[in-house]
Design a protein around this ligand. Sequence first.
Ligand SMILES: NC(=O)c1ccc[n+]([C@@H]2O[C@H](COP(=O)([O-])OP(=O)(O)OC[C@H]3O[C@@H](n4cnc5c(N)ncnc54)[C@H](OP(=O)(O)O)[C@@H]3O)[C@@H](O)[C@H]2O)c1
Length: 441
Amino acid sequence: MTELRVGLLGLGTIGTGVARILIEQKDLISRRLGKQVRLIAAADRDLGRDRGLDFTGVRLCDDANDIVSADDIDLVVELIGGYEPARTFVAAALANGKHVVTANKALIAKHGEELFPLAASKGLQIGFEAAVGGGIPCMKALREGLAANAIESVYGILNGTCNFILTKMENEGVDYADVLKEAQALGYAEADPTFDVEGIDTAQKLSILAAMAFGSKIRFDEVFTEGISRITATDIQAAHEMGYRIKLLGIAKPHGENGAVDAVEMRVHPTLVPLSSQMAQVSDSYNAVQISGDFVEHTMYFGRGAGERPTASAVVADIMDITSGFPHAITHLAPPMGFVESSRRNIPTMPMADTVCEYFIRLMVKDQPGVIASVTSILADHRISLEALTQKERHKSHNVPIIMLTHETTEGNLQAAISRITGLDAVEEDVLILRKESAVA
Ligand SMILES: NC(=O)c1ccc[n+]([C@@H]2O[C@H](COP(=O)([O-])OP(=O)(O)OC[C@H]3O[C@@H](n4cnc5c(N)ncnc54)[C@H](OP(=O)(O)O)[C@@H]3O)[C@@H](O)[C@H]2O)c1
């Protein structure tokens, strides 16, 4: 039986999961493929740790170079994480004629544009389904199942830590800092949670999805990114009373005339979605991606966005896809980014100031007459009309929260109004601006 020989870099959470599937699901995999996938070797800095697996017949080594240069390996799975040395190992594996599968969104978001042409020039494949949405096969759906469509929008809850925190804040009426501590104790949040809670992880994933959706190059550094750390229980409650739930969303949309994509809108921020939407029902650490196409309309993908078993499931599915064409040139799969390399374009990112949204604005103001009139008069100067305005109970700081929902305006116009509002003597603290997306299904 034809055999594809795998070398694994990193036996941490996901690496152990991948080894487990390759060992425990060996028969299922060969029955599905009519070919065998064999774990030949694995590298990790610490080989002494018990991983609860029987590695008989697997060559274990502490130097990843031994795997990327080995003659008896056809496919390298990179599960070390981070930018370096992961980039160097992946580039070396490709240079040595090996297919690559990775779960590393940071690597793909930052170095994908260097790695895809290298793989294409050698007739090799890079699989990275696990990098976005963990176990949810959303990129396979986008690249293959929706290939006949011009993609109209992508919305994603792409970070389980943020979704867990926001869900707990809403269900228990507690503030961000308290839930973060609990999430850290449960292992849902890192000791340094910045990468997750400030939206960077979501921005990396969104930049990959957007490039795949619109045939553009990955522009992670240009994604407008705001996290959830300034949201309070009061904001969540006020949004709920107005008919919305707050989710950290990655949002990507194409802009252009006559079907051409001239600019790509990409933003990550806490977003008000209608309580009745499917996106609002995605709770705890679950992820979901909504992709809309011109023929298919709305589609939605839901599941576990992280964790050993779901993430390893996506990694092994990529290995199996490559195995199904092996040992011949891999021509049966769509290109990694869903478009042939020569047709992927350097499409500019739309400036955030030009995006059009409806806004949720929370002000903390001194409890004195005339404040609301001053604020609404500035909004009127900027032709920003209000859908709702509520004044909440006085805060322990003796300031009064005012919450407003606006109709559509551009971000540039809204920000100009907000900078004037912040200049008012009666406005006490930084203004919180959240954006609303009614088009979420
Ligand atoms: N965890 C998830 O739920 C999840 C979900 C989706 C995607 N991913 C992605 O999957 C990848 C792996 O994540 P993970 O959670 O499995 O990380 P992890 O538990 O930290 O595992 C990484 C492993 O690689 C080892 N390693 C680091 N540098 C090495 C080197 N130069 N040579 C050999 N081994 C090395 C580490 O050893 P040390 O412990 O000694 O550093 C560790 O055992 C990351 O790109 C991550 O973003 C993870």
